[in-house]
Design a protein around this ligand. Structure first.
Ligand code: SAM
Length: 272
């Protein structure tokens, strides 16, 4: 693929993965979406099989910065954080920084699918995209071991639970499910310590909690090549995630500059 074609393909992938294409709308059972007289209309529609309505219009600004919770898009991270993945990948590929790519916390798979798409665009066939998730949502907080997670309620959010079959299916829809994609199914604390990964050029952490962020950093950072990137999706958005990053960096004496991507995401490049 020429460089121009690669850029066009990557741009189209971003628009599809964030669902800019259709501008999805939140769909809810009518009875949840409305009260009063409209509820009766909803019930009537239900009898003819039209029991869902759109409750929120598509908000391009929110989608751009990954601030909404998309009902159908394959990623919730928004355009700016997809741009950041592309920029980091282009740098490591052009500079020959060794290693694979991983996302820890994939939800519907969109950001990981995007990594595989970038490899496809640049004809890279000797690197793997690792896809790590429980595929059943977040763990309940273990406040004794990780006090920063006390009271965390992410594990109660059913919409964060997406099965491995659905994620595989999403890769497949883009024609990107092949042997350059490998799945690590289970809690990070169980899968990451024994993952058969030799080296990484980029690790993208999107597990929200202190435990999930710390487990990924502890297990994967030693495998990150010099010149590789650590991207933390929730550094600016979730205090517990930020604290895990700060604790890890302080413990290891890491002073590489943390660069803000948007209101939530940040990254640093490993210098040593
Ligand atoms: C915010 S979502 C990820 C969003 C995704 N990166 C995207 O592109 O839209 C968080 C994901 O992390 C997973 N997760 C969080 N902590 C985990 C843990 N300790 N072990 C396994 N999976 C975890 C959840 O199952 C969920 O799929």
């Amino acid at each position: 693929m020429s460089d121009d074609t690669a850029r066009l393909y990557i741009d189209l992938m971003k628009r599809c993965l964030t669902n800019y294409i259709y501008g999805d709308r939140e769909l809810m059972p009518f009875s949840l979406a409305s009260r009063g007289p409209k509820r009766w209309i909803g019930a009537a529609l239900g009898t003819v099989g039209l029991d869902i309505v759109s409750s929120k219009p598509f908000d391009a600004d929110a989608r751009d910065s990954g601030r909404d919770f998309p009902p159908t898009a394959h990623t919730m991270i928004g355009m700016k954080r997809l741009d950041n993945i592309e920029a980091c990948m282009r740098t490591v590929l052009s500079e020959g920084i060794a290693g694979d790519f991983i996302e820890t916390g994939v939800w519907r798979g969109g950001a990981s699918i995007f990594m595989r798409a970038v490899l496809e665009a640049y004809g890279v066939d000797d690197r793997t995209v690792w896809v790590a998730d429980s595929f059943r949502g977040l763990p309940a907080p273990d406040a004794d071991r990780y006090p920063a997670d006390a009271g965390d309620r992410h594990h109660r959010r059913e919409r964060l639970s997406v099965s491995i079959e659905e994620v595989r299916g999403n890769f497949s829809r883009y024609g990107l499910l092949d042997d350059q994609v490998r799945f690590l199914e289970g809690w990070f604390r169980d899968t990451l310590p024994r993952a058969p990964i030799e080296s990484l050029a980029l690790m993208r952490l999107d597990g929200d909690m202190y435990e999930s962020t710390m487990d990924a950093l502890t297990c994967l950072y030693p495998k990150l090549s010099r010149g590789g990137y650590v991207i933390v999706d929730d550094y600016g958005a979730i205090g517990a995630c930020r604290k895990a990053v700060e604790d890890f960096r302080a413990e290891r004496g890491i002073e590489d500059e943390i660069v803000e991507i948007d209101w939530a995401g940040a990254y640093w490049r490993r210098s040593a």
